[in-house]
Write a protein that binds this ligand. Structure first.
Ligand code: RIB
Ligand code: CA
Length: 303
């Protein structure tokens, strides 16, 4: 499967990109970056660092620095660390960004790989909304859009009502859900059922010292956050679960429904069922243990 990941790396983003690099059923053809866990220039630097670490020969196209709607964004330093990689703060600038901005790159790749390209969006949806605006055929050129975002049947994480990726650009997310796109939503409804514990990271580091070791190092900060906030003994494999959904839909229980996003008031950023909207395949349940197993098995094959 030809895949582009739209990302704000970010600790769980780094895990998802490593998974995609290891997956034999994924041909990763590029990364596009977005503000979110960090500012966009940090996302791009981190993405280029990961491309190098994973020996990938793919472009990194930088995307939007701000939300389309009201800008309520502040980097999630308390979750992902000051530079996006936990306690690791010295991240070298490797290579350069692609000449095209993210939305243009997405539009061009969707046209080139018409009917074949899957985009997995694991940050705020600004670049995707921009691509929809840029090319009226973008939606129909895509094979699938798989989104890590939202909390349809459960509480949010950034507020009681909203999940972080949707909250950071509620307007863009609402525009994406209004478009006739073949969309799968992988929200907190399922990603919090894929807990990855410190013992899982240590096991991964042993099997894959270079990549797994790096993921283990950056995750210590992330695990501390999960422990402090929810008393959890692990972190959700949020972004990796979305990448896994691109190729392993049968691992998920899916309901089809339209969605909109609340655009103001105390519930801003909440994802709400709206039957008048185009259908989205919303993941309601998951084989969480299966996702954890598959993630470990594949990432462990890396150096
Ligand atoms: O709510 C989880 C999402 O927010 C993940 O994509 C994580 O990386 C953060 O961006
Ligand atoms: Ca992310």
């Amino acid at each position: 499967m030809k895949l582009i990941i739209d990302t704000d790396p970010g600790i769980d983003d780094a895990m998802a990109i490593a998974y995609a690099a290891a997956a034999p059923d994924i041909e990763l053809i590029g990364l596009t970056t977005i503000f979110g866990n960090t500012h966009v220039h940090q996302s791009s630097r981190n993405a280029r660092f990961l491309v190098d670490k994973l020996s990938l020969n793919i472009p990194v196209a930088e995307g939007a620095p701000f939300a389309r709607g009201e800008d309520r964004h502040a980097p999630s330093e308390h979750v992902h660390g000051p530079e996006g990689f936990g306690d690791i703060t010295e991240i070298p600038q490797i290579g350069e960004n692609h000449a095209q901005p993210a939305a243009e790159f997405l539009v061009e790749m969707a046209r080139k790989h018409r009917g074949e390209l899957v985009i997995c969006a694991i940050g705020p949806l600004t670049n995707i909304a921009d691509a929809i605006k840029l090319d009226p055929e973008f939606a129909s050129n895509l094979a699938n859009l798989v989104i890590m975002g939202g909390a349809v049947f459960c509480p949010g994480n950034i507020t009681e009502h909203a999940e972080a990726n949707i909250y950071h650009d509620a307007k863009a997310a609402n525009e994406v859900f209004a478009a006739p796109l073949p969309t799968v939503l992988v929200g907190l409804d399922v990603t919090l059922k894929t807990l990855y514990e410190i013992a899982d990271f240590e096991n991964l580091a042993q099997k894959s010292p270079e990549v797994g070791g790096f993921l283990c190092d950056i995750s210590r900060f992330y695990l501390k956050f999960y422990k402090e906030i929810g008393g959890l003994e692990g972190c959700g494999l949020h972004d990796s679960t979305a990448v896994i959904a691109c190729t392993h839909e049968p691992m998920f229980e899916i309901v089809e429904t339209g969605l909109h996003v609340v655009l103001d008031g105390p519930e801003i950023g909440a994802t709400r069922v709206n039957p008048a909207r185009p259908p989205v395949r919303v993941c309601r349940d998951v084989d969480g243990a299966g996702v954890v197993r598959l993630f470990t098995e594949r990432v462990a094959s890396l150096p």
